[in-house]
Design a protein around this ligand. Structure first.
Ligand code: PEP
Length: 256
């Protein structure tokens, strides 16, 4: 069986000033500096990237991520941030297609595809989010939805590109709601995602890709979710804003 190193990312969303970000990272580093069998990524808002980048400059097991980017390299796009600007701050990962971007900023699968391409061209590792809404889950359409998101979001890529992508399965009904997919539901969706990928990419590439689960992950449910064979990490929103809670989640991803 292939070994996939677990990856835990904290999506801080629109939270934390620079000063607050420094406090959180300093608290975290006291605890997580020693966990090197897990990849850890912190995704602060754009305005705190520089402060967090400085604090992570001497740390080898925690990487910096952004929550979004614009697909163009530069130009007249008021308010937007390019992949090159993120690289300039030593950002290594970028979340793309988060359900909040899809819902509030009208990003669709074609946008996700263009942004993922821009990230890869700049040698940023995209964390591409997919997931169904509650009505889609209840109408038993989740498999079709995920298939379309994967097919269109990853269109034009081959095994080489897939090797640099991380996927996050985030059922929209579980994000920020306190309602988690059961470990069995999450595992079923991850298996489906891997199966779909196996029809568009080589079976080996589909085996290798890491798929995070996201949606109300907390210290109390992390262990069971992360023990499932196809769940290779977590994308954590609310619980990543608390150093103790986030540390506890990471501990659950460490090898026994
Ligand atoms: C997220 O924002 O990606 C997320 C999963 O949020 P939460 O953990 O708060 O549900």
């Amino acid at each position: 069986m292939i070994y996939r190193k677990k990856i835990i990312a904290g999506n801080w969303k629109m939270n934390k000033t620079q000063a607050e970000a420094r406090v959180l990272v300093e608290d975290l580093l006291r605890e997580i500096g020693k966990f090197d069998d897990v990849e850890i990524v912190l995704c602060p808002p754009f305005t705190a990237l520089s402060a967090v980048s400085e604090l992570l400059s001497s740390v080898s097991n925690v990487r910096l991520g952004a929550q979004n980017l614009h697909e163009a390299p530069s130009g007249a796009f008021t308010g937007e941030i390019s992949a090159g600007m993120l690289r300039d701050l030593y950002v290594r990962y970028v979340i793309i297609g988060h359900s909040e971007r899809r819902q509030y900023f009208h990003e669709d699968n074609a946008t996700v595809n263009r942004k993922t391409k821009a990230a890869l061209q700049a040698e940023l590792r995209p964390i591409v989010c997919v997931g169904e809404t509650l009505p889609e889950r209840e109408a038993d359409k989740w498999k079709d939805i995920l298939e379309t998101q994967l097919r269109d979001g990853l269109a034009g890529f081959g095994d080489k590109e897939l090797a640099d992508i991380i996927l996050a399965y985030e059922p929209v009904w579980a994000i920020g709601t306190g309602r988690t997919a059961s470990p069995a539901q999450a595992e079923e969706a991850h298996q489906w995602i891997r199966k779909v990928l196996g029809t568009h990419f080589s079976p080996a590439a589909a085996e290798r890709i890491r798929i995070q689960y996201g949606g109300s992950v907390k210290p109390e449910n992390a262990k069971e979710l992360l023990s499932k064979p196809d769940i290779d990490g977590a994308l954590v929103g609310g619980a990543s804003l608390d150093a103790r809670g986030f540390t506890a989640i990471i501990k659950n991803a460490c090898l026994d």
